[in-house]
Design a binder for this molecule. Sequence first.
Ligand SMILES: [Zn+2]
Length: 268
Amino acid sequence: MKKFVITSGIFLILSSFLIGCEENIKATEDMKKSMVEKQEKKIPETLKLIKKDENTEQNEEVEQEETVVDSDGLTVVNNPSSLQVVVNKQRKLPDGYTPNDLVIPDVPFPFDPNDPKRQLREEAARALEDLFEASKQVGLDLHAVSGYRSYERQKQIYEHNVATRGQEETDKFSARPGTSEHQTGLAMDVSTAAEAFALEQTFKQTPEGQWVANNAHEYGFIIRYPEGKSAITGYSYEPWHLRYVGKNIASAIHEAELTLEEYFGLVP
Ligand SMILES: [Zn+2]
């Protein structure tokens, strides 16, 4: 059965573009320039008709319509544990949400073996293991850097940034608690030794970065914040940030060069 969702857009043009993985990266002048260019791009039509994927990985209903709006004016998602949940600057997880199936994927990490940010939800973790194994087979050196981040951890980071840099500046690069995709347990930042395991846009030029861009969808992951889509995602290009959505949707998004927001008709 084909299903359609009509979603009206939100008239909100972000005045700044923020960075989702603020723990490890720095904005370069090039990024700032491209952000300005993207601001000038037109926001897509506010009424979207999007065909839903008929065969999601779990055959679950993928509903992305919510009516709850919290005191910050953000939509609170009603499907936080869906593998297709859309979390962004307008759509937050319910306060204190914690996934109940976090595990540590068996992939190389460069840092502290006990760090909770090694975790991912189980299905995403198994898929990441397959992705890493395939990259190893072709001689690549991928490392996982940062996965699950708790509400509490994001709150600490955000409040520290507000205390040291002020609210306005902080909101340009640090996600508010509840709005980081890392809290879903479905996102993993990856890098390589040649990048000193940093999260930089130069990752795109490495063999690992290119392989991930071309192949991650086959394992159910998308490049969540693609180049040239800041006006839609709210984040500058992050070639290192992989988001698990399942193979069918990841392939559809990859082939059509869409964002998760566009795929689900949730363009702000
Ligand atoms: Zn990230």
